[in-house]
Design a protein around this ligand. Structure first.
Ligand SMILES: C[S@@+](CC[C@H](N)C(=O)[O-])C[C@H]1O[C@@H](n2cnc3c(N)ncnc32)[C@H](O)[C@@H]1O
Length: 296
């Protein structure tokens, strides 16, 4: 689960990320000691470490993270296979390693504390840096590219859908007007350009705006959709799937912005929800079901 911004930078590896809902995840993944598990979002490796503690010698953990920085947290452990790529390629990489089915999958969606705290990554409204926000620094699309090239309508839609920004239309219009005369390359320049249209609490407003850009830069819903489409193909009968999200998932976009902490766990059928820990659970399910249905 991606953290919201509330702490000062800390370069120790322990501060990379603190895993959330650790006990819940372990309980519901119901780890088999010789099973094969996938951690789609390795990050600081907190969840992976706990899974490894439950696995014996024959067990295996496949850990994905598209951020090269996560590699430094990978333990020297022969049971671990680190895949520095997007989890949207899950099935392809499993095949490459001659794995057809797995016992469990975990995805802890969003950004790590490390990504927020590294000023130069451009995820945080606390620092001045380039408007970057790429989890995978090999990709070309940055937040600045979006601000600079997207049509007004595209900007409007993404701020409305991914940030629930109440004045998304005005925001899009302001960006398109500002970019004609100013470079929006830096966080400060971008925030200054929006100075006159911020609604309500500025910290909250910019958090919504940055969340929307981050989701678009990293195609977070596209990657999740591809992952969810592949899970039924690679999960063993009786296998378990845990998905943690901190996104705001309000399909109607009609209520105010609230981040929702959600844990969805599936057993075999992706629609059998075992447990939920979420304050807008039904809206998240509404949002996820079309993602599944698209592949049907
Ligand atoms: C919330 S953190 C996960 C923290 C981890 N559970 C832990 O215990 O430290 C999310 C991580 O997933 C990675 N990530 C997000 N989306 C991804 C994707 N589509 N493919 C691969 N990695 C992704 C991010 O780079 C980040 O390191």
């Amino acid at each position: 689960m991606g953290k919201e911004e509330n702490s000062l930078p800390d370069n120790s590896s322990a501060a990379y990320h603190t895993p959330v809902l650790l006990n819940e995840v372990l309980e519901y993944l119901n780890i088999k000691k010789d099973g094969i598990y996938v951690d789609c979002t390795f990050g600081g490796g907190g969840h992976s470490k706990a899974i490894l503690e439950k696995l014996e010698e024959k067990g295996k953990l496949i850990a994905f993270d598209q951020d090269e920085d996560a590699r430094k947290n990978v333990p020297d452990d022969q049971r671990v296979l680190f895949i520095p790529h997007n989890f949207r390629h899950l099935q392809r990489f499993l095949r490459l390693h001659s794995i057809s089915q797995v016992d469990g999958v975990l995805a802890d969606l969003g950004v790590s504390s490390h990504q927020f705290d590294e000023a130069g990554r451009g995820f945080s409204t606390r620092f001045n840096a380039d408007m970057d926000m790429r989890m995978d620094q090999r990709q070309e699309l940055t937040a600045f590219n979006i601000l600079n090239t997207y049509l007004e309508q595209q900007l409007h839609k993404l701020f409305e859908q991914y940030g629930e920004v109440t004045n998304a239309k005005t925001l899009a219009k302001t960006i398109v007007a500002a970019r004609k005369t100013t470079s929006l390359q830096s966080i400060d320049a971008f925030k200054n350009a929006l100075h006159g249209i911020v609604k309500g609490n500025p910290a909250k407003y910019f958090a919504q705006v940055f969340q929307a850009l981050r989701i678009e830069v990293n195609d977070e819903l596209g990657a999740l959709k591809e992952l969810l489409n592949q899970i039924p193909l690679i999960i063993k009968p009786g296998g378990r799937v845990a998905i943690i999200t901190f996104h705001s998932f309000n399909p109607s976009g009609s209520t105010s912005f609230t981040n929702s902490l959600c844990l969805l766990l599936y057993k075999t059928s992706p629609f059998t929800v075992l447990y939920s820990y979420c304050n807008s659970f039904s809206s998240l399910v509404v949002r996820l079901i079309p993602l599944f249905s698209l592949s049907a």
